[in-house]
Write a protein that binds this ligand. Sequence first.
Ligand code: ZN
Length: 253
Amino acid sequence: MIDRTPYKKKFTKDNIPNWICPSCLNGVLHSSEKHFISEDTGGTKRGWNEEWFDPEMAMLTYTAMFTCTNSKCQESVASSGYGYLEQEYFYNQEGQHDYEYVAYYRPLFFHPTLQIFKIPNEAPESVKKAIENSFSTVLINKSASANQVRIAVECLLTHLKIKQFNVRIGRRRQRLNLHQRIELLPVKYKKIKDICLAIKWLGNAGSHCDEDMKIDDVFDGYDMLSFVLEELFDNKHVHVKKLAKKINTKKGV
Ligand SMILES: [Zn+2]
């Protein structure tokens, strides 16, 4: 299962989540003080002069340049997002209960886009493209991301040579919907059929209303899609399956 925590939790500029580098998929991203810029929004700047303004009403905008910790990679990743202040309690030097306001941030954008799960190299380009589109909007437009997961399944079915149209002599060809196409998967794909159907429902929800779509819903889709892709394209799986088939055919080693 994909670790969702780094994409869901708030962070401070001194303690950023373990975002995996999108280039080497090995190092994590870090930032220095001078590469993390945070400013109050216009409304907050004006608000500080008002009596009614409370620090917990403050809104911030950040922009940052992160660098990969892998010395062989050193990728630069730009990010931006928003922040806010939260009251935190601590004991001061006199041992008394005290508080301060701490700025917390949430990201909306990364470039290059973070790779939320590893797409097998052998996956078709059309599928890779749809998944990368999905990754690029997951923090700002969950419905769009869910829709791209559904498109990835459509592209996958085309790659598996599942027909897209019903053609009858003398009639206009009729486009098959995703459900009908999944039902056409041959028996050898039995293991992924139910999972593809579940992803289809998620894509349906993504087409209607953003309010119902939660980041966990999209990540459920990623968990299922990554399983399907591993099942079809992961070298280890393919190798083990071929090996088993060979041994079974020979009825021994
Ligand atoms: Zn890297």
